[in-house]
Design a protein around this ligand. Structure first.
Ligand SMILES: Cc1cc2nc3c(=O)[nH]c(=O)nc-3n(C[C@H](O)[C@H](O)[C@H](O)COP(=O)(O)OP(=O)(O)OC[C@H]3O[C@@H](n4cnc5c(N)ncnc54)[C@H](O)[C@@H]3O)c2cc1C
Length: 388
């Protein structure tokens, strides 16, 4: 495994770091500490800038017009992009563009015209509706939303919970049970326009996250054309799982970015703050917290780079991506916690970004597959096929 950055990667990392420090952080000084958006003028100006940098649409595959950045370089960029107050859930306020729902790259040409391309142009927004009140860790068994065929249409009834951004989405990728199979072979993915009669956002669910609220959705006799099935009938679960491993790598990298910044802040504070006649940095208890932070940070970095490099080499990287997600989300939570402790009272004020990272990192141990599910994924591979 190569831990050295190539000259090109170093240049990209330096460029993104400068962008965050010079363009994003100064704007945040004038925003509400819980803000999720920039002023529209700043947003437009910065999007123009990332376009000129050649980084706009970072996650769009090359064949769809994206810059075609490899997984390792993308992870290195994600580490930099999250190093500001809103960075965990809104890295650089979306000024590097979105890629839309990854699953839509498998859509039919007609579906791509209606959903994928408008999303890439920034004209439409989608949401991903898998989790239900009956559970999200094991969605293949938990899904109770039912789809019943009626001629050229399917009628969906049921509900979804914790769906991010359904209140603002133009369409949703909805997973419903369409056969008697109680597991993964009975689930179909439907692309549903959110203005379809019977699609109700029942409530907005507020969580530890400052923005990007989750929602509860209800489907009442909702009719969806059969042409809106994504992929094959009863094979929707594979679509849900597909690309998830790859997404776990930048997700983990985002956690690590916040931890790296928190550690920088903790070191700076410890070297300048005095107590009991000396600097905090001279106290062994503080030194050990700084060292433990460094161990968590390096551990996460190695796991992320290992997963990313395997992905780039075309090797299987499911266990490595699960490990990266788990190690980075859990370790970064510990780092920010220690950084707050080192700062004392100011650490929990909204004058600093630490309290927001602390809250939002807690969700990262649950979202995109909780730690326990990541352990399950790894256990299956490590122990072999019979221990499922
Ligand atoms: C802010 C937020 C945003 C979200 N956004 C979306 C979204 O956009 N779309 C979407 O579909 N979902 C979304 N989710 C849902 C998220 O994916 C689920 O919360 C997650 O998968 C866990 O499901 P659950 O909450 O139902 O927990 P449960 O499945 O009820 O599990 C409860 C706990 O038990 C643990 N557990 C489960 N099985 C085992 C086991 N075998 N061994 C040991 N422990 C186990 C779990 O890890 C978890 O800690 C979001 C959640 C949050 C909090």
């Amino acid at each position: 495994m190569d831990l050295m950055l190539s000259d090109e990667q170093q240049l990209i990392v330096d460029t993104v770091r400068r962008y965050v420090q010079e363009e994003i952080v100064p704007l945040e000084a004038d925003l509400d500490p819980d803000a999720g958006e920039l002023h529209p003028d700043d947003q437009a100006r910065l999007i123009e800038k990332t376009r000129q940098m050649g980084f706009y649409g970072l996650d769009i595959p090359k064949e769809f017009g994206g810059p075609g950045i490899d997984v390792t370089t993308r992870a290195l960029m994600a580490i930099e992009m999250s190093q500001h107050r809103a960075g965990l859930y809104n890295p650089c306020y979306g000024t590097f563009g979105g890629a839309g729902l990854a699953q839509l790259y498998e859509a039919t040409d007609e579906q791509k015209e209606r959903y994928l391309f408008p999303t890439l142009r920034g004209e439409k927004k989608g949401c991903f509706a898998l989790t239900e009140p009956s559970g999200g860790s094991d969605p293949a068994r938990a899904i109770q939303t039912r789809g019943v065929q009626d001629g050229d249409e399917w009628i969906l009834n049921g509900s979804k919970l914790y769906i991010s951004g359904a209140d603002k989405a133009d369409f949703a990728l909805v997973f419903a049970r369409t056969s008697d199979d109680p597991g993964r072979n009975g689930v179909t993915a439907f692309i549903v326009d959110t203005d379809t009669p019977g699609f109700h956002v029942r409530r907005v669910v507020h969580t530890l996250r400052s923005t990007h609220y989750a929602t509860e959705i209800q489907f009442d006799e909702m009719r969806v054309p059969a042409s809106n099935i994504l992929g094959e009938l009863n094979r929707g679960f594979a679509i849900a799982n597909d690309r998830l491993s790859r997404q776990r790598i930048p997700y983990a990298a985002g956690c690590l970015g916040a931890a790296i910044k928190a550690q920088e802040m903790a070191i700076d504070w410890a070297k300048n703050r005095e107590a009991f006649g000396g600097l905090l940095a001279e106290k062994q208890a503080i030194q050990w917290m700084i060292v433990d932070n460094e161990i968590d940070i390096r551990h996460a970095r190695y796991c992320i780079l290992e997963a990313a490099q395997k992905a780039d080499r075309g090797e299987r990287f499911r266990t490595e991506a699960a490990m990266a997600k788990l190690v980075a989300s859990e370790g970064s939570g510990r780092v920010v916690d220690r950084a707050i402790q080192i700062h004392g009272g100011v650490g929990v004020t909204k004058d600093l970004p630490l309290e927001r990272w602390y809250r939002e990192l807690r969700i990262r141990r649950i979202g995109e597959g909780p730690s326990e599910v990541q352990r399950l994924i790894m256990a299956r591979e490590i122990l072999g096929g019979s221990f499922k």
